[in-house]
Write a protein that binds this ligand. Structure first.
Ligand code: FBP
Length: 553
């Protein structure tokens, strides 16, 4: 028996809102076939790789008589990659549509991510089990995992498992990589006449799975609202105590969408944007100067406090830092790691590093705080590479700024105080109760995924758009995943992939930020978004992100 909080009990009663066109009951949903599609780039190559699934038509659903062929559907569902709020509702929406169509239909939930399909490890969903997860955060309904479904051998096993259970459709809920693999799996299933359809759903808190068809991935709304609540609380603490600069790293992998959205919500003094750092080819020192200038300007007005948001992937975007990482990877390649690890003291290791790095790389290495220097040699992935995402960049930048302030003090240009606190917000937001937006969006994605299955589509992404409007006006349909693909170099090979969306420097969210950041840097313009509201007026509870609102304005 689960222990329930009052909110969890209340959320069970919440009825997610579907797009108007899906509200009439399954028998009243028909397909409007749109234009044939082409991939966003490299059309000939993508077409050759996806002969069975390329070029299909965009579709939308509308009110009308359901013309799909009646048959029993046995569907499998997989959660792939990092947790994102709303995943449970995708499964619930899928389940509800499937059961509303025919109570004999079945839903298999493959456990622990894509490996569950390969290992034939599943749970068959029923009302009692599904009801325990409605409108709740997390992926614990079946668990998730990061195994990639990408090889012919894996596809053959997947086809066997489907055949064994009579499964005729698989829904993959994942990010850009997982949906790329969904398209490849769909092509395999079609080419081998397995009769298995594959449908994808766009998930990730990072917000980097979006394009002209996908307005946002689910989870981004709730995760950024959760971080923004915490950042707002810290801002208020900073403004009360007036003695600390808070350096807050937020998740989001390479892209800075999460950091930017949190900045739009909370108006901190500083928010670094990795994509801008790369475009301007900024050095570590130049980035630290941006923060130091704000510290100095505020100190001159008697404000020795502030808040700086640092995106998780920032250091990858600093060209000189990438060069340093590449040299370190080379320095410790293969056997050399053991020799390095055998050196007994940090002094000896430092001498080894100094000897092995180029002068330019050493100049960058030398300005890093010792803790970060050591981290670069300790935290390595199974291939021996530095794990950039584990670098505590919030501490790195606060240390660099501390050095800058000390230098400015010595030069007589800074007369204030600088004292730092550090935070990292990531896991705190990935399993929050989904906001009403994510609860509605995810349920709709799942429900809609079943409609695509019922009408026989494969290699499609469940698409719900017009998301900045009330749910009633959302548009449900499907888009061939191949439309979103281009060829990219991955691990030394040209691969068809869905393009990862980074922050666009000419986009409206970044432009808005640029127009205001100077004022935010020098004054105290903090805004306090508070906790996500689940009950109350729609203008408080159903609000989507500032990013989406600006993009669609
Ligand atoms: P996905 O791309 O799988 O959605 O993951 C999002 C994310 O939360 C990133 O923001 C973060 O860098 C990563 O997952 C952390 O991964 P893990 O859960 O394996 O620690």
């Amino acid at each position: 028996m689960m222990n329930l909080s009052p909110l969890q009990t209340a959320r069970y009663q919440y009825t997610p809102k579907l797009p108007g066109m899906l509200r009439n009951g399954i028998s009243e949903i028909c397909v409007k076939v749109g234009e044939p599609t082409q991939s966003v780039a490299d059309q000939e190559k993508i077409k050759a790789l996806f002969p069975n699934t390329y070029g299909k038509n965009e579709i939308t659903f509308q009110k009308g008589t359901n013309t799909s062929a009646p048959k029993k559907h046995i569907v499998g569902v997989i959660l792939s990659g990092g947790q994102a709020p709303g995943g449970h509702n995708v499964v619930c929406g899928l389940y509800d549509a499937l059961k509303a169509t025919n109570p004999e239909n079945e839903l298999y939930g493959f456990k622990g991510g894509p490996s569950g399909l390969l290992e034939d490890n599943y749970r068959i969903m029923d009302d009692e089990y599904i009801d325990m997860f409605r409108n709740t955060g997390g992926f614990d309904i079946i668990g998730s995992g990061r195994t990639k479904l990408e090889t012919e051998e894996q596809f053959a096993i997947a086809a066997e498992v489907c055949k064994k259970h009579g499964i005729t459709a698989i829904v993959i809920i994942g990010g850009d990589d997982s949906n790329t693999n969904a398209a490849v799996l769909a092509e395999y299933m079609a080419a081998h006449n397995t009769g298995v359809q594959v449908i994808g759903c766009p998930k990730t808190i990072d917000g980097d799975l979006k394009n002209e068809d996908i307005e946002c991935s689910f989870g981004f709304d709730t995760a950024t609202k959760t971080y923004s609540e915490l950042i707002g609380n810290i801002e208020r603490d900073a403004n009360s105590a007036k003695k600390y600069w808070h350096f807050i790293k937020v998740m989001g992998r390479s892209a800075s969408h999460v950091a930017l959205e949190c900045a739009l919500e909370t108006q901190p003094n500083i928010c670094l944007i990795g994509e801008e750092v790369a475009a301007k080819k900024m050095s570590l020192s130049a980035v630290a100067d941006v923060i130091a200038d704000s510290v100095a300007a505020r100190a001159a007005k008697g404000m020795n406090f502030g808040v700086a948001i640092i995106p998780e992937g920032i250091v990858e975007f600093v060209p000189e830092f990438s060069m340093l990482i590449a040299e370190i990877n080379e320095l410790l390649a293969g056997e050399k790691t053991a020799a390095f690890n055998a050196l007994p003291s940090w002094e000896e290791k430092y001498a080894f590093i100094e000897k092995g790095l180029s002068k330019e790389a050493m100049a960058v290495f030398a300005i890093l705080p010792q803790g970060i220097q050591q981290q670069l040699f300790l935290e390595r992935d199974p291939h021996g590479n530095v794990q950039v995402s584990l670098i505590e960049s919030e501490k790195l930048f606060s240390a660099l700024v501390a050095d800058k302030m000390a230098a400015r003090k010595a030069a007589g240009t800074f007369n204030g105080k600088f004292s730092a606190q550090h935070h990292f917000f990531g896991y705190e937001g990935r399993c929050a109760f989904p906001s009403n937006f994510d609860a509605d969006y995810c349920y709709s994605l799942g429900y809609n995924a079943f409609m695509l299955i019922q009408y026989g589509y494969t290699g499609y992404l469940s698409k719900v758009s017009n998301l900045s409007k009330p749910a009633e006006e959302w548009v449900a349909g499907g888009m061939p995943i191949t439309k979103m693909m281009n060829m990219e170099r991955r691990n030394g090979q040209d691969k068809p992939v869905i393009r990862k969306a980074l922050v666009e420097l000419d986009g409206k969210p970044f432009t808005y930020f640029c127009e205001h950041r100077q004022q935010w840097a020098e004054e105290t313009c903090f805004t306090y978004p508070g906790a996500i509201q689940y009950y109350g007026p729609a203008e408080v509870c159903d609000l989507t992100t500032r990013t989406l609102a600006l993009e669609k304005a």
